[in-house]
Design a binder for this molecule. Structure first.
Ligand SMILES: *Cc1c(COP(=O)(O)O)cnc(C)c1O
Ligand code: SF4
Length: 328
């Protein structure tokens, strides 16, 4: 059922605009194209389903031991494939909403991990970020704070400043999940930002979204994952792209993604291999996109098994191009 795509303003830092001139992979991720305005039958109305698990504004509690906290919906640049494009913008949690979210976490000692996402949490004003991290650190049951960010790619110089301002002492472990989709994003400046985050005592993993025309071939992915390992960043997740309206031109057939991952398994160090995951539409959670959870049906569609054992149909791709070119 096609839903009209939500418009997303074009927003690039000057750094990224310059990089887009030399890197087609960066240009495709950040420069808007007319195709974004088209709804297609492949779109899903609720590709992630956060709303089903949101007990309070800015909080998503889908798994017992961890919560997602969305302190800001702002990002330093806008990625054209963004699956939260309906929500990305300047909006921030109010003081009262943050108080309520932190009280929710404090009252539930089974929550061991708080994941800051958005938007990009590292774009918060530094005093506000420092205050939030200090308050999370003061909740004894929170063992780990994880920050999902793309700032080292969008604006590496700013990421260095943020890293240098992080408190040197903390009780809870600080993990950073850096969103990187192509080795072109790992410029000297971005590497300096990664070093600064390591210097601040953070542990780093990466997330990559599989995107048609950006990184949907084995050689490009292998180069990216090796480059991340070399920077001390463990590739964590390779996300199958969600079917948000306006992102049709980035879609990769699931069968092709699975074939790519198979190819990488034979050629890359385990350190350089992320887990390929699919977010089951409708809020049923992330599962491995491999046969353990996602199985093909005779008609080309799929069945995804959620962690709770429930089974959900995942539609076939409209015009699947499955063949994978050999690794260069
Ligand atoms: C993805 C996600 C998480 C984190 O899951 P991990 O598998 O631990 O990375 C947590 N909460 C929600 C709502 C999520 O969508
Ligand atoms: S950084 Fe994440 S939330 Fe922000 S625009 Fe890019 S994909 Fe969307």
């Amino acid at each position: 059922m096609p839903v009209p795509p939500h418009p997303l303003t074009e927003l690039l830092t000057p750094y990224l605009r310059a990089l887009a001139k030399t890197s087609p992979a960066v240009a495709r991720q950040f420069l808007g194209v007319a195709a974004e305005a088209e709804a297609t039958p492949d779109d899903l109305a609720d590709p992630i389903g956060d709303a089903a698990h949101s007990p309070l504004p800015g909080l998503v509690h889908r798994y017992p031991d961890r919560v997602l906290l969305l302190p800001t919906m702002a990002c330093a640049s806008h990625c054209r494939f963004c699956f939260r494009r309906d929500r990305v913008g300047a909006r921030r949690m109010s003081d009262g909403q943050l108080d309520a979210a932190l009280a929710y976490v404090s009252a539930r000692p089974q929550i061991h991990e708080v994941i800051l996402s958005g938007g990009d949490p590292l774009t918060l004003p530094q005093a506000r970020l420092a205050d939030l991290l200090a308050r999370l650190d003061a909740i004894d049951s929170v063992e780990t704070v994880r920050i999902h960010t793309r700032l080292a790619v969008h604006d590496p110089a700013r990421a260095v400043r943020v890293a240098q301002a992080l408190a040197p002492e903390r009780r809870a472990a600080l993990w950073i999940a850096l969103h990187v989709n192509h080795a072109d994003e790992l410029t000297a400046e971005a590497k300096a930002a990664i070093r600064a985050l390591h210097g601040a005592g953070a542990f780093l993993v990466s997330q990559t979204v599989l995107l048609a025309g950006v990184n949907d071939d084995a050689a490009t992915l292998a180069t990216l994952f090796r480059a991340l390992v070399r920077q001390g960043v463990k590739p964590y997740y390779l996300h199958h792209p969600d079917r948000a309206a306006g992102t049709e031109h980035f879609r990769v057939p699931l069968a092709r993604g699975r074939a790519l991952v198979e190819t990488l398994r034979g050629t890359l160090s385990g350190l350089a291999q992320p887990t390929y995951v699919l977010d089951i539409p409708g809020g049923h959670g992330k599962v491995w996109a491999t046969d353990a959870y996602v199985t093909p049906a005779a008609d080309g569609s799929w069945t995804a098994r959620a962690i709770d054992g429930s089974r959900h149909p995942y539609p076939a791709d409209a015009d699947a191009v499955v063949a994978v070119p050999p690794t260069k």
